[in-house]
Design a protein around this ligand. Structure first.
Ligand code: HEM
Length: 378
């Protein structure tokens, strides 16, 4: 993924980009040159099917810990609403660390910053950067004024970026001394064509993507299930994997965890959906708009997993949400996200009954959902 912070991007920004929202934008390619092929090969090594097999134990531990925490919550607080994020966040971040630097690191010494706790590492590698990515840069509303510097924002991003780099490098340094970790050693050995900074960026990207997306999806799925108890999966349905998978895809359709539109770059003059796109244009893909479009989906505002089970849809329609992007640069963590979210949702509805607090049936802001989901032990 190319983000504001990505130093591995080779994308050239056009002088005057215009922004277009279209479901057909995927035909305009994202950059996929030799450099990206190399990077993708390494990412697949870290996240692909073989790596997923190796990390099975880590995922099982994570789900077991999450379920244990919910049981403790019910025991100690009865039907008081549960804060999903408190339970999920640290576990997801721990898994991301295990996948990239082998262990759920509790602290690290960084020359520039001193010894940092796990919480501080999380802040620097994830929280601060996500918040900054959502900062509004006024120049984005006036592309023709993009040449005017926005020093405050640029300085902030540079500072966050160098903290991120220092922490990732320190983690690599500390962990590579101690372990014969397959993924990290593989990268240091085989990734000779990459600089140290690029390896750090690659590992950070995995940490960033693994820390939040799947958690947000599971959280929204349980929210919808709590809102519609009739749709809650019963034990008999657990073996009906298609339903669980449909819950996953329907949640992604309605609540994509990726809030920043992805960019594509037109290398040649082209035409998409009746629009002329000159070479050099950068195009933002707005999945949310597409997934809430009545021409694409029947009653798009309704959360209806059944829409993916209906005979009129075929299996591939699930990918119509474009939640994981598409093409050569599509999400490499797709398999992991699906394994974790489906297992977590399955276990959570098998062991608990979920309800929303009385009178709190409609929500607008994501930040409020975790304050009124109640669970009771089955
Ligand atoms: C529900 C969960 C997730 C969603 C919705 C999601 C979505 C996406 C999207 C939309 C992209 C950009 C694709 C494009 O540009 O066409 C992407 C890229 C990526 N994702 Fe995910 N993702 C999820 C989970 C994960 C997880 C758990 C990981 C890692 C463990 C991960 C790792 C990556 C990586 C490394 C890329 C960059 C791929 C590249 O540039 O070639 N993702 N993801």
């Amino acid at each position: 993924m190319v983000t504001r912070f990505s130093s591995i991007s080779t994308r050239k920004l056009p002088k005057a980009p215009s922004t277009l929202t279209s479901d057909k934008c995927m035909v305009v390619s994202s950059d996929y040159n030799d450099f990206y092929k190399t990077v993708k090969r390494h990412i697949i090594k870290i996240l692909g099917p073989n790596a997923q097999k190796r990390h099975r134990g880590h995922r099982d531990t994570m789900i077991a810990n999450i379920v244990k925490d919910f049981h403790a919550h019910v025991k100690n607080n009865g039907i008081q609403p549960v804060n999903f994020r408190n339970v999920f966040q640290s576990e997801h971040f721990g898994l991301a660390m295990k996948e990239t630097v082998e262990s759920d690191v509790q602290s690290v010494y960084v020359e520039e910053l001193g010894r940092l706790s796990k919480n501080e590492i999380f802040g620097i590698l994830f929280k601060d950067l996500v918040e900054a990515a959502l900062d509004v840069d006024w120049r984005e509303f006036f592309p023709c004024l993009k040449w005017i510097p926005n020093k405050t924002l640029e300085r902030k991003i540079e500072r966050l970026s160098s903290r991120r780099q220092a922490v990732t490098m320190a983690l690599i340094k500390e962990q590579s001394k101690r372990f014969t970790f397959e993924e990290l050693n593989y990268l240091l050995r085989e990734g000779k064509e990459l600089t140290e900074k690029q390896i750090a960026m690659l590992l950070w990207e995995v940490i960033l993507m693994a820390s939040d997306t799947t958690m947000v999806t599971s959280e929204w799925a349980v929210f919808e299930l709590a809102k519609n108890p009739k749709l809650q999966i019963t034990e008999e349905m657990l073996c009906e994997l298609p339903y669980l998978v449909a819950v996953f895809h329907e949640t992604l359709r309605k609540y994509t965890p990726i809030l920043i539109p992805f960019l594509r770059f037109a290398h040649e003059d082209t035409e998409i959906g009746g629009y002329y796109i000159p070479a050099g244009t950068e195009i933002a893909i707005n999945f949310y708009g597409f997934n809430m479009d009545e021409n694409q989906w029947e009653k798009p505002e309704e959360w209806k997993p059944d829409r993916f089970l209906d005979k009129k849809y075929d299996r591939n329609d699930m990918h119509k949400t474009m939640a994981f992007g598409g093409g050569k640069r599509a999400c490499t963590g797709y398999q992991q996200a699906m394994l974790i979210a489906c297992t977590a949702i399955g276990r959570l509805v098998q062991e608990f009954e979920w309800r929303l607090e009385d009178g709190k049936m409609s929500i607008l802001l994501e930040s409020s959902i975790r304050n009124f989901i109640q669970c009771t032990q089955l």
